[in-house]
Design a protein around this ligand. Sequence first.
Ligand SMILES: Nc1ncnc2c1ncn2[C@@H]1O[C@H](COP(=O)(O)OP(=O)(O)OP(=O)(O)O)[C@@H](O)[C@H]1O
Length: 254
Amino acid sequence: MRRTATPSERTATSDAVRLIGLTRTYGGAPHEVAALREVSTTFPARSFTAVMGPSGSGKSTLLQCTAGLDRPTGGRVLVGGVDLSTLSERQRTELRRDRLGFVFQSFNLIASLTAAQNVALPIRLSGRRPPEEWIREVLTLVGLGERMHHRPAELSGGQQQRVAIARAVAAQPEVIFADEPTGALDSRSGREVLSLLRRLVDERGDTVVMVTHDPFAASHADRVLFLSDGALVDELRSPDSRSIAARLAELETA
Ligand SMILES: Nc1ncnc2c1ncn2[C@@H]1O[C@H](COP(=O)(O)OP(=O)(O)OP(=O)(O)O)[C@@H](O)[C@H]1O
């Protein structure tokens, strides 16, 4: 089930996503809120980026606009070179389904389906029939090869999140967007999920963009972007939790 380039075929230098002057305002004058102000950056292929910032700084809006779930009011988003603003609503839906993967805080699994059926669902929705060996391979990758036929209620929170990650990985997306993926987990399960995301990047060449409030979670990334009041104000490369927490505290008190 290898529709797009395999990780080894992906080049280390290409940009998976490019943001150019990304702007999103809500409401009109005099109550206009600038949730994003001319944010420009790139998310290189095979990299793990964390997005941080105080509450209300624009993290969710950045993720939503970058993943084509919300339309920016200015600037451009390029996913694999495709300018999202040139796509119709339907084409954006197809791009999300076929080329992007999503992991949410609340797992968003379908309760009546088994782990294997949940993982296969996005591929089925795009009209393809995923081979059972591929679904087994992806669930084995996340350490749940023995739990393929369990329903979400029969799995722990950490296991459910790993099923959700398997679901995101199964269609070989160009970028995996994770929104507070450890927010609902205890610290041990959270650590397992973060190690798994790290492994996807290091061993498979996946590209991960993660929004988080947690400096420890962000320390698993190659690079941490900091938003403040809708603007991209700083970035740290290969940071440790302590330096991330210190920078965040400065922005929160600013
Ligand atoms: N649909 C909306 N209508 C009006 N304002 C909005 C809307 N969505 C977000 N905003 C505003 O845009 C700004 C950025 O919000 P956003 O949710 O992106 O921040 P965040 O950094 O993700 O916050 P948190 O960490 O609290 O989740 C905030 O001022 C918020 O109130």
